[in-house]
Design a protein around this ligand. Structure first.
Ligand code: 3HC
Length: 282
């Protein structure tokens, strides 16, 4: 199916990154969120991130202006009705995604694919909320979206082959590398990554080492670009906690229990880089 106009639901870190790469690759994007101020903040971030690419001569100032001009900001979800493809990148809570998927199913024509950038929630469950389960799929980008090459493409139980192929081809057009996985809690990426971050938090909680020392171990010993606690702050501690809860709930194994220190920090509003404080201060 020909895709020209893409709807993005959610203007947070992932939604603005997805909008950035879509607009830079020539797609018209209708970015939707519940309040205008979230949309304005997203557009400002996209402008700054495109400036980095201009500064590095990856794109020209004219390319930036053209990309920015392809982005339409809307608070009315009904305006997604003429999009050829919609990707949801809202908060990682099943109740919120339930409301959005039911609404999108009502708003968008039945042939339109509804993708979710969820980092761990079941695609099969999201699909079952709609009358088009064969057209629901996971399209999981990685932060920072303009930089990271991976898109995890997740097949729900009912996802049809043409739906998979459309999303795989779209990822390739965005100059990403799609990797196919089946639906399971946390998919592959977060099933493996989050327990690592969670375990790193236990070592800090138990006084085994400082956050700085834990991060040095992974940067220098394993060549990770960021240590696990810097990465947790970068992803958002609330997001890490939500994903650990999905793993614990979905896999039922106590090895996935969220670290008490993580819970306490989220309770305190220490959400990492976005709130100015997490394992580090920003
Ligand atoms: N937009 C555009 N470009 C960006 C950017 C952004 N938001 N952030 C960084 N960049 C560019 C920089 O301009 C720079 O470009 P260059 O290579 O042409 O010079 C390049 O990316 C590297 O950036 P910096 O030089 O500023 O900094 P670093 O070399 O320290 O790299 C990093 C930053 C790319 C974030 C690197 O530290 C890294 O790869 N970290 C790990 C990130 C990671 O693991 N992400 C996955 C998180 S998990 C996830 O998202 C899944 C979810 O479900 C939880």
């Amino acid at each position: 199916m020909y895709i020209h106009r893409v709807g993005v639901v959610g203007a947070g870190t992932m939604g603005n990154g997805i909008t950035h790469v879509l607009a830079r690759s020539g797609y018209h994007v209708v970015l939707c969120d519940v309040e205008q101020r979230f949309l304005d903040r997203a557009l400002e971030t996209i402008g700054k991130n495109l400036d980095r690419e201009v500064a590095k001569s990856k794109i020209t100032a004219a390319d930036k202006a053209t990309a920015m001009g392809r982005i339409q900001l809307v608070v009315d979800r009904g305006k997604l009705s003429d999009c050829d493809f919609v990707v949801e990148a809202a908060t990682e809570k099943f109740a919120i995604k339930t409301e959005i998927f039911r609404d999108l199913d009502r708003i968008c024509p039945p042939e339109i694919i509804l993708a979710s950038n969820t980092s761990s929630i079941s695609i099969t469950k999201l699909a079952a909320l709609t009358k088009r389960p064969e057209k629901v799929i996971g399209m999981h980008f990685f932060n920072p979206v303009p930089v990271m090459k991976l898109v995890e493409v997740i097949r729900g139980l009912a996802t049809a082959q043409p739906t998979f192929e459309t999303v795989r081809d779209l990822a390739l057009k965005l100059e990403k590398t799609p990797v196919e996985v089946n639906d399971a809690p946390g998919f592959v990426s977060n099933r493996v990554l989050m327990p690592l971050l969670n375990e790193a938090m236990y070592t800090v909680m138990e006084g085994v080492a400082t956050p700085e020392a834990v991060d040095e171990v992974f940067k220098l010993g394993m060549a990770h670009p960021m240590g696990p606690l810097t990465l947790a702050d970068f992803i958002g501690l609330d997001v890490c906690l939500d994903i650990m809860r999905v793993l614990l709930d979905g896999l039922g194994d106590p090895k996935y229990r969220p670290c008490p220190l993580l819970i306490k920090m989220v309770d305190a509003g220490w959400l990492g880089r976005k709130s100015g404080r997490g394992f580090y201060k920003y």
